[in-house]
Design a protein around this ligand. Sequence first.
Ligand code: NAP
Ligand code: MG
Length: 402
Amino acid sequence: MEKIRMTTPLVEIDGDEMTRILWAMIKDELLNPFIDLNTEYYDLGLKYRDETDDQVTIDAANAIKKYGVGVKCATITPNAARMEEYNLKQMYKSPNGTLRAILDGTVFRTPILAKGIEPVVSRWEKPITIARHAYGDVYKNTEYRVEGKGTAKLVFEAENGTVSEQTIFKFEGPGVLQGMYNLDSSIESFARSCFQYALSVNEDLWFASKDTISKIYDGNFKEVFQRIYDTEFKEKFEQAGITYFYTLIDDAVARIMKSKGGIVWACKNYDGDVFSDMLSSAFGSLAMMTSVLVSPDGYYEYEAAHGTVQRHYYKHLAGEETSTNSVATIFAWSGALRKRGELDHNQALVTFADKLEQATIATIESGIMTGDLTLITTLPNPKKVNSLEFIQAIRKTLESIL
Ligand code: NAP
Ligand code: MG
């Protein structure tokens, strides 16, 4: 079979520990034999980030801006223990944080469904995608412990000297106080990313807040979403036959439970924090979850939703067998290759990405899976295989359907 050609480079961002091992296996077994891979490689392994004072992370982000699509391996976010382990010059920021700051995007997480790995909510037939607004609100709050009698006020001093002052509460005894904020510009780009993403997967978009109680703050989120929808996306949604639906957050939760799935659910920062963990647990595991950063300018960065699986890596280093699930990393590659193919009108690449995903799911559904899945599957007699055997089993399935 002739290898598939690529016209535009894909930005390849390598990472750390067990996922770096899986990365190489995936390329050797599932990509290089079938595709004449055209990637621009950035090594975000912690050692090279340290050598370049983290410049490589910034270069990788700019490369995504240049080419439009990237695929990223999980990376270590250094903490005190890592400073010592890698003898680092400084405690570098989270690479995902740096990439997000440069690309200004929203992260969309979608469970990967396979028969035998059943969602806890039996009505969910299709995945539910969570889009979390990752800016402001309670994550950037200012808090105050009130020790006794006194008056709390909300004061805003405009640059031109005008002062607005409102009483929040007259305390008669001890209590607590909190101030938080958000920006129209951030909410606007969040909304654009969500509308853009819903269009790209052809699914309805839901957004919810508590605007009946929080008339100005949450009301602003509601208004911004509605304005961007009406002025920029309404026609495109109608053409695509999908809808934008706003409701109250408690109503959204009740409806999600009764839905069949197949929805993109845009969440405010705190709601997204809470409900993304609920959804990933309800659907199975973080290793069965795709994650993509979509910028409002239309750049895409695909990754796995989990970390570098440190515990398995130390077993691997000690020469022990590992059974690490590579599905999320394989889907990061297939997602990126599909997007590259769509942008380049390279149908062979799009088809390959589809088949790689089909082969991965079919392998699990045939009962061959890694240890994390044998623990939760409803299939009878699942076969637990090691990290490499799992990828090789997918290759066999892939070769049979190509
Ligand atoms: P983790 O890599 O997500 O792994 C936590 C545990 O979850 C593992 O020990 C394993 O459980 C299970 N697990 C996760 N992914 C798995 C997979 N693919 N297959 C099988 N089991 C899987 O989190 P961590 O070990 O706490 O963090 C390790 C490093 O990852 C940290 O340095 C952190 O900074 C980094 N991190 C990076 C990203 C990212 O780049 N996107 C995200 C999160 C964390 P068992 O050990 O019980 O088998
Ligand atoms: Mg959380």
